[in-house]
Design a protein around this ligand. Sequence first.
Ligand SMILES: Nc1ncnc2c1ncn2[C@@H]1O[C@H](COP(=O)(O)OP(=O)(O)OP(=O)(O)O)[C@@H](O)[C@H]1O
Length: 600
Amino acid sequence: MDTSTLQGVFMTPPSSPLPTEETRKSPALAISDLNYYVQYRSAPWWRGACFRKAHVKHVLNHVNLALPAGSLTALVGSSGSGKTSLLDVIAFRAAGDVTGRIMYNGLRCTSEMMRHQCSYVIQADRLLPNLSVEAVIAQMGLRVVADSRIGGAVVRGISGGEKRRVTIAIQLLQDPDILLLDEPTTGLDSFTARHLVASLQQLARQGKLVVVSIHQPRSDIARLIDHIVLLSQGQVVFNGPSTQLVPYFTELGYPCPRYTNPLDTYMDVMGIDRRDGERMLASSQRVQELIEAYQESELLKSTKKTVAREMSGPVGHVSPRNGATSPGWGRIFSTVLNRLTLNLYRDKMAFINRFILLPAFVPFILIFLGRLQNNQRSIQDRLGLLYQSVQVPPYLPALRNHFYREGLDGLYSSATFLLAYTIHIVPFVAVASVLFSAFLYWVTGMSADADKFAIHIAVVFVLHLVGELLTVAMMGVFRNPQLANTTTALIFTASGLVASGFLRASQNMVSILQLLSWVSVHKYSSEILVVNEFHQLNLTCNDAIQGVPCVPNGDVFLDANYPGAVDQVQRNIEILIAFLGGHILVAIVCFKVVGLRILQ
Ligand SMILES: Nc1ncnc2c1ncn2[C@@H]1O[C@H](COP(=O)(O)OP(=O)(O)OP(=O)(O)O)[C@@H](O)[C@H]1O
């Protein structure tokens, strides 16, 4: 659009017809005297919570708003003005302390009500990289990419703009009454950004309350906005229909020069110039005057009157949308399971990781160890191989932040997700365990007995699964895949060292480590594997060193080093099964207790 007509745009109604009285029911969202405070600590994190000074920041300061449904509202302000915080507070996702009241259609909002009636599209697109876009929403103009992969770091997929529209489309599948979007146009080219905002305007016209935060809307986007909230340093500087923007500021002595975008002009007026102390003081004073002028304005008086009318309403409850019933648990579970499985099947790196890397290690073992003998030295070789078997590396689970997001959106519970997650990795872990054990047995010539081979696979399988579940649990705690993976690798390595008895006899360790080994999965899995390999194994004495008693068979070795292990195989298998169940529970608890507390 030509900038010469910009001022006209802000004085005349936008292109799409404004909502009818039926859809407007003004105001849909009323916010009364909202304050938002966050606590933060200065000084480096390693000083610990007790030694760092706690500060409280007043992020949103006495905000009163009345936002009409059927209109596209934009929160506009410079970086740090409080746009994201305001959206977080409206969505009941804010991490700090909130005072004030939010009403929606005359009902007092609660977090449960907003989880059901409001969808919040945050800045980053969190999509599963290997899923295709199926019937998603012609409304979002995604038909041409309906069969494309989303794409990620490895596989190129749909474009950034298309990803953004898919993110919005997914939120729209919930048919929300309120749609909040944080910086939806950031990173998009001008055509895509305009197309996206036009789609949002169309959605608003259907009676939804659509609120977007925008740093600095370009002229063609500004034209589509019906209602503007200008924020500076957490305070409202203007709140009203876009048609009133220029008249309001002109009256305050800030006319908009011809041929310029009014939002650009007023963002400059509201900006704090930090180049030097003098300019900073002058611009801060100007902003303060603007804030005070708004406090005295007719605009605020009328907003407060409207808001006050709404405030007497009762507490809102969750109502089924448009008569729709939510899907049952079985449907949700199978959808989550299908999505996870499909994503994993299409993930080339996961395939390489799980099916190729571990078996690919076997040729190295062949060079390093060769075929197993039955002499005295083979005892050490066998122990080395068994240590290798119990030290299977736990995989980085394919969990991503979008699952936290979906959990926050109330789409499914942590238990549902973790159950689906565990089930979806079972076939992969099983195949990887079979491949690993088969290669190991075939290359080295371990005890060739079908039962023993099956037990070896089962133990490797349980260790893989426990490792993966432990990583999932750590992700519930840390919310960081790398940290979770490193922590699990450390725990697993330490546990294997201490509890397997393959590198150091347990009896020689300090008592605290001996005690700790009782809670290690490696103690029980190692005992099963060592019995598996050494029980009924005949050994030759032809390489025995003079003066060192020969170990004539594996059972003598077991009696000396793993006393009672032969009789405890059944018990150890039961303990391993309990470990599996226990780790699923630990993962659920980590997500539910620790995870949700972080997110609230
Ligand atoms: N949890 C928090 N801890 C500390 N400071 C916070 C927290 N949340 C918000 N703030 C501060 O509050 C102010 C407003 O932040 P907010 O993210 O809402 O701004 P914004 O307008 O969305 O900025 P941007 O456009 O850069 O995203 C900033 O100064 C920010 O540093």
